[in-house]
Design a protein around this ligand. Sequence first.
Ligand code: ADP
Length: 396
Amino acid sequence: MKLRQRIAGFRWYGLGVKLFLSYLAIVALVLLVLLQTTDFVAPANFAAQRGRMLRAGAGAGFGMNSENRGGPGSFVANAEALLTQAFQQSLNQSLLIAGSVALLVAVLISLFVSWQLIRPVRRLADASQRIAAGHYGERVVTGSKNHRRRDELGELAASFNEMARALEENEQRRLELVGDVAHELRTPVSTLQGYLEGLLDGVIEPDEKTWAKLYDEASRMRRLIDDLQELSRAEAHQVSFKIAPVDPLKIATVAAERLVEQFKEKGLTFTSLIPEGLPPVQADFERAVQVLTNLLTNALRYTPPSGAVRLCLRQTSKAVEFKVSDTGIGIAPEHLPHLFERFYRVDKSRSRALGGSGIGLTISRALVEGMGGHLEATSPGPGQGSTFSFTLPRAA
Ligand code: ADP
């Protein structure tokens, strides 16, 4: 299996192939130089050596007419020794020349290949140091402008850039979050401060209305802090889910019971349509109830008195869908894609006045997705109501 995967993952433009080809090129060049040397240099060298030896031998007295100096047997022996010596010397010289040229070629090719490998690695190392120093906009380029490297180093650079982009986005989100939190806390803190100053100066009466207002602002801060804690856990995927088969009717009943009195108090009609025999869903019961309660709370919050809220459940091939529709203030199409962003509110002052923190839907979406479902919003437009629906996967 592993071998098959390796074969399937083989790339002719990969680093392995490049290194293999560079070694092959060195070996081929060495062979070529060797052949050229033995073809052209060695024979000439041998002839020169042989001539030199024979001349030296003649000078030493074993020439063609040297009958008095040892006879024909000793002449042949001497000539053979000289020829062997000449052959060995010319072979050694040829090998020396071939070896030197091959070494030079090998060094040049190795330097070129190393340079090709080391340069992008150095660029990556430099860029990672700059990112570590907080320059998240850093990116690396391998290859030329028009031609990106396609081998493993090119892929490494692409992954590095992807990681740098993610870090930059995270940093951006972190800064936004700090800014948003500061902004959200400023309002209740300023109100509290204003009231306390008024009380200290004796401008505001310390009556029940004032205490109730102070209590409201403190509660709003408390809610915001709780939501923020939940949001940070959800966004960091640190929420632990106790996933088990759950009856969707139970989720709907528990969530609806929490709010049914408030619907009545506000004069809203609440109806639910839950078909019998719905299959169990694979979910964390508490989290599923939390999401549905959030959607019902929003419907309660954004539907004026005498309106209606409806909860429908239905099964699809792979999931059970929970749908909350209301006849409330509705949502303009341009706001729909942003509703799940943290602190996004269509009407900031209205939502704040109604007690909203602007992160309920962000948490809900993270929870639903954590359970393998999907949450979405639709609305025909302002004043025409809205529908929020989420799915939870059916238990096997
Ligand atoms: P909030 O706590 O402000 O309600 P949410 O994240 O729950 O925050 O909702 C974000 C925004 O989506 C709200 O401020 C509101 O503008 C809009 N919204 C949510 N639910 C509804 C709804 N049922 N009808 C109209 N607008 C809604």
